[in-house]
Design a protein around this ligand. Structure first.
Ligand SMILES: Nc1ncnc2c1ncn2[C@@H]1O[C@H](COP(=O)(O)OP(=O)(O)O)[C@@H](O)[C@H]1O
Ligand SMILES: Cc1ncc(C[n+]2csc(CCOP(=O)(O)OP(=O)(O)O)c2C)c(N)n1
Ligand SMILES: [Mg+2]
Length: 335
């Protein structure tokens, strides 16, 4: 029965933090209002056949992934999670234990990132399983590093390992996922990580002027930012910036640049630093990622958009230092 499931979910989630005055079980959740902060509010889903397959991910991984893909958007904007709502679509005759395992994965992630699920919805799905999470967060008033924040002269960076999730996805599709050299890629795809400390950093460092996560691919993210900021971009990454894709790409027979540019689901962080604004953003990030310094990639520079250009030009230094024009490719649910 639906009410039994809800009680079971409530038990799996465990006790709520004091900011939750009323959680699961009433008509609405009731939360203590964060006094002077801004509220951030976002939603993202995990759908069977679209975001995952049950033969690729455990139910626990799907549950955790649902929270992490939402947290990713919040942390890049300087947010701290407040709470979440989860709407489930469940196919007829769906195995109950799978739903509870999904919830256990979700609950683990909720505890790890201090983000309680305070309510949700259950309805029958006519297709596959789907779960939609809506995440409420807070951030300091007066601070919002928008996608439209770029100015010519800003330096673009990426934090993460672009293309690794695509490598994992391709390995799962082609039956190569058990190969030792694919372990890191499969993990990046099934168990994306996120960076809570980046949120604090964004709020402490005015130098970081624009941020975005790379859920739909690095290319989509760069174009989205440049488009919304009215600028163009000139990329000149270090020669070794895709070294982490060498083994996976050769096993899969794919082009490493394509994997990084339009693969998607890396949940890396694209951000811009403005020279001339005081601060310590880059050395603080280096400190956070010591041991894996290659995770911070200087991508290039924001440049003036040519008068009359409706869309950004994004170029990258190619052979003989010539600038090659890049296309806006990447994941798109409408295609
Ligand atoms: N169905 C929708 N109705 C209204 N706004 C939407 C819808 N889908 C996406 N958006 C908005 O479009 C923007 C980009 O969405 P999306 O590409 O999904 O971002 P993200 O990659 O951060 O999840 C966000 O502001 C999002 O809230
Ligand atoms: C079964 C399956 N097919 C294809 C993909 C690839 N894929 C699905 S959604 C997506 C992009 C990211 O998801 P989205 O819902 O667009 O996240 P958002 O940008 O809204 O945060 C990618 C690359 C996948 N993960 N699983
Ligand atoms: Mg989205």
């Amino acid at each position: 029965m639906e009410s039994d499931w809800i009680k079971k979910f409530s038990g799996i989630l465990g006790p709520m933090p004091p900011r939750v005055l009323r959680g699961i079980g009433d008509d609405v959740a009731c939360l203590v209002s964060p006094a002077t902060d801004n509220l951030l509010w976002t939603t993202d889903s995990q759908r069977e056949g679209v975001h995952f397959r049950w033969d690729w991910m455990t139910p626990r991984e799907v549950g955790s992934r649902l929270l992490v893909v939402n947290l990713s958007d919040v942390y890049v904007k300087g947010g701290t999670p407040v709470s979440a709502l989860v709407a489930l679509g469940i196919p007829k005759n769906f195995p109950e234990e799978r739903i509870f395992s999904f919830y256990e994965g979700l609950a683990d992630a909720c505890r790890r990132f201090d983000c309680p699920v305070v309510g949700g919805d259950i309805s029958r799905a006519t297709g596959g399983f789907d779960a939609v999470l809506s995440l409420l967060a807070r951030s300091p008033a007066g601070r919002f590093p928008g996608r439209d924040g770029l100015l010519p002269g800003d330096m673009l960076y990426l934090l993460g390992r672009p293309g690794l999730a695509k490598a994992g996805y391709s390995a799962l599709l082609s039956g190569l996922s058990d190969h030792q050299a694919m372990a890191e890629s499969v993990s990046a795809f099934c168990r994306p990580r996120t960076y809570p400390w980046f949120s604090e950093l964004v709020n402490a460092e005015d130098q970081v002027v624009a941020t975005m996560d790379t859920s739909d691919g690095l290319g989509q993210a760069i174009f989205a930012m440049a488009d919304q900021s009215g600028v163009s971009v000139r990329l000149d990454p270090p020669e070794n910036w895709l070294d982490h894709l060498q083994r996976p790409s050769s096993l899969l027979g794919q082009d490493p640049f394509g994997m990084a540019w339009d693969g998607g689901e890396d949940y890396d962080i694209l951000f811009a630093v403005r020279p001339g604004v005081g601060g310590d953003a880059i050395s603080r990030i280096q400190e956070q990622i010591r041991g894996e310094p290659e995770k911070l990639i200087p991508l290039g520079e924001v440049v003036v958009r040519h008068a009359g250009d409706q869309t950004p030009s994004v170029t990258m230094t190619g052979k003989n230092r010539r600038q090659v024009r890049l296309e806006r490719t990447g994941f798109d649910h409408t295609r």
